[in-house]
Design a protein around this ligand. Structure first.
Ligand code: GDP
Ligand code: MG
Length: 614
């Protein structure tokens, strides 16, 4: 095989692989830039102009569906692979991998069936191509695309839009700058009415990638010939026009062999009084050679840009693969390791929030600095220690002896009653910090990039962290309530030791009436209790934050996922792999990415070796 033959073969293989990945050119699909960088040959022309016939004679095999009306209803991407001289000829469809067709009548049947699978038995068209490869010693390396014929009117059973739909589909192939256009026009029609030439001129005005093919030379009216067209006088193209004579419908009906047809075609030109002088540059065999040569020169010119495109794509795919992460290991040990790694990644981010590396942790100190002091200030001590209430509580507790001894029970009850109010702000601080922590868990989960792949594990970690936070909250509540209870269970003795002196300092009992004396007495009790409560409030303002930090913040930092870890250790392989259940879309994406990467790398290696061999 020559270098160039293998180069075209390489392009064929890359195109084939692109198609396997769904990156074929044409239709509504996203075009892979690699496919677009590679040259291909598309056959265009009006309905029944002889497109399928030209393709068949290039291949030298009879395998395309035919008949009158619209037969080609999906693009057919036909790849010809030249094989060793003695090898057997066979065909393979992309949608039926591993099935080798040696009977070409079956190939035709499968094209028909596969067309119907997508379009139904209607006369509808579909832009989804059928991909067929033919391996034969008798073909040249070439990728050809057969397209539905251009029409002028919709026939019975077709939507009105069909004319436009076909044109749009055909155009989507031929407008690509790397598409070589095989424009088929029948010789028995005026070239000025050729649909193929009309479209080719639109998308390739300079004619550098258009090959004009004139079919049905044998059907021209007696006494006329196509020399004006074939010699480029009617319509000038950069490449020479090629005339062909395909099998007539009668030949097809009589199953005239393709080999016989090729021989008859060359006899036709050799003996033609009109075209004899052009005989060596006419016919399907010459056309195939011409196309193959052109393809070679195009590829040769494109190698540098194809190589750089491949390298660029490899870089892009590799960075995408990095982003998507490595595929998950299969054994339980490695899976456990992966899960622990992911947990640690989350935990690290969570800690950063608390330690100030990331925002949000400061809100905890906001609770202690503003929320708690404000709540303490708002407690209704004024009402509780009003003259009226003090009198009621003290009278109920001690009876009427206030002027003789300090009303111990009354004091105790007033103090206990006041201290009870501290439970509210204490619990509220615990809850407020709990919500800050919960919010930080939510944030940290979202910020753990590595976890994005694993929605299940993400949910499990979130649940485990929140459960742990609930436990810390319960513990913290018990602790702060205990702090409050401790304050009421044993009063600060010093404070009361100082009281009698303060009472003496306070006023002059003998100079007032009993009532006014009693009122002053209760007022004094109220204000004593109030200053005691103030002292306790001051203490709690300091100890509640200590308890909350100890029970919730510190625990969250140290052991947020500890319980989860012990549960993990008990899990079996199957449960672990369930936790690492990836988003299916993501798995698919990685798979596609990996396949593409493999293709591009293989392509790069092949191109390297071919260019070195040159
Ligand atoms: P397509 O619709 O463009 O694919 O056209 P086909 O290849 O199916 O050909 C349409 C009809 O024209 C068939 O009956 C062919 O046998 C006939 N045909 C195509 N090319 C020639 C030719 O060069 N000479 C003769 N006599 N008939 C031809
Ligand atoms: Mg056809």
């Amino acid at each position: 095989m020559t270098t160039m033959e293998s180069l075209i073969g390489l392009v064929n293989r890359i195109q084939r692989a692109c198609t396997v990945l769904g990156d074929y050119g044409g239709g509504e699909n996203t075009f892979s830039s690699l496919w677009e960088a590679l040259p291909s040959v598309a056959v265009v022309g009006g309905q029944s102009s002889g497109k399928s016939s030209v393709l068949e004679s290039i291949v030298g095999r009879d395998f395309l569906p035919r008949g009158s009306g619209i037969v080609t209803r999906r693009p057919l991407v036909l790849q010809l692979h030249k094989t060793e001289q003695s090898s057997h000829e066979y065909a393979e469809f992309l949608h039926l991998p591993r099935r080798r067709f040696t009977d070409f009548a079956m190939v035709r049947k499968e094209i028909e069936d596969e067309t119907e699978r997508v379009t139904g038995k209607t006369k509808q068209i579909s832009p989804v191509p059928i991909q067929l490869s033919i391996y034969s010693p008798n073909v040249v390396n070439l990728t050809l695309i057969d397209l539905p014929g251009l029409t002028k009117v919709a026939v019975e059973g077709q939507p009105e839009s069909i004319v436009q739909d076909i044109e749009t589909m055909v155009r989507s192939y031929v407008e690509k700058p790397n598409c070589i256009i095989l424009a088929i026009s029948p010789a028995n029609q005026d070239i000025a009415t050729s649909d193929a030439i009309k479209l080719a001129r639109e998308v390739d005005p300079t004619g550098e990638r258009t090959f004009g093919v004139l079919t049905k030379l044998d059907l021209m009216d007696k006494g006329t010939n196509a020399l004006d067209v074939l010699e480029g006088r009617s319509y000038k193209l950069q490449h020479p026009w090629v005339g062909v004579v395909n099998r007539s419908q009668a030949d097809i009906n009589r199953s005239v062999d393709m080999i016989v047809a090729r021989r008859k075609e060359s006899e036709y030109f050799a003996t033609s009084p009109d075209y004899g002088h052009l005989a060596s540059k006419m016919g399907s065999v010459y056309l195939a050679k011409l196309l193959s040569q052109h393809l070679e020169s195009v590829i040769r010119a494109r190698i540098p840009s194809i190589t750089s495109l491949i390298n660029k794509s490899i870089d892009e795919l590799e960075s995408e693969m990095n982003l998507l992460g490595r595929p998950i290991a299969l054994d339980a040990g490695a899976q456990l390791y992966t899960i622990l790694e992911l947990c640690r990644a989350f935990d690290r981010i969570f800690k950063e929030h608390l330690d100030g590396g990331r925002p949000g942790g400061d809100r905890i100190y906001g609770v202690f600095d503003h929320q708690l002091p404000a709540a303490l200030r708002k407690l209704p001590f004024d009402r509780h220690l009003s003259l009226q209430n003090v009198r009621r509580v003290v009278s109920e507790a001690d009876g009427y002896q206030p002027h003789l001894i300090a009303p111990e029970q009354g004091y105790r009850r007033l103090i206990e009653g006041s201290l009870n109010y501290f439970r509210g702000p204490a619990e509220a601080s615990v809850d407020a910090v709990h919500f800050v922590l919960k919010e930080l868990v939510r944030k940290s989960i979202g910020e753990t990039q590595e976890l994005k792949r694993f929605p299940t594990l993400q949910a499990e970690i979130a649940a485990a962290a929140n459960e742990a936070l609930e436990r810390f909250r319960d513990e913290s509540k018990k602790t702060v309530i205990r702090l409050v209870d401790m304050e009421s269970s044993y009063l600060t003795v010093d404070f009361f030791r100082r009281l009698p002196q303060e009472a003496e300092k306070g006023g002059n009992p003998t100079s007032t009436t009993t009532d006014r004396y009693a009122e002053g007495h209760f007022r004094r009790i109220g204000s004593n209790v109030s200053s005691y409560v103030g002292m306790v409030s001051e203490t709690l303002r300091n100890t509640i934050p200590k308890a909350v930090v100890y029970c919730q913040v510190r625990e969250a930092k140290q052991s947020l996922l500890n319980y989860f870890y012990t549960q993990l250790a008990k899990k079996e392989g199957k449960q672990l792999s369930q936790m690492l259940d990836e988003d299916p879309a993501l798995m698919e994406r990685r798979l596609q990415c990996a396949k593409r990467l493999e293709l591009y790398k293989a392509a790069r290696d092949e191109i390297d070796s071919v260019s070195w061999a040159r």
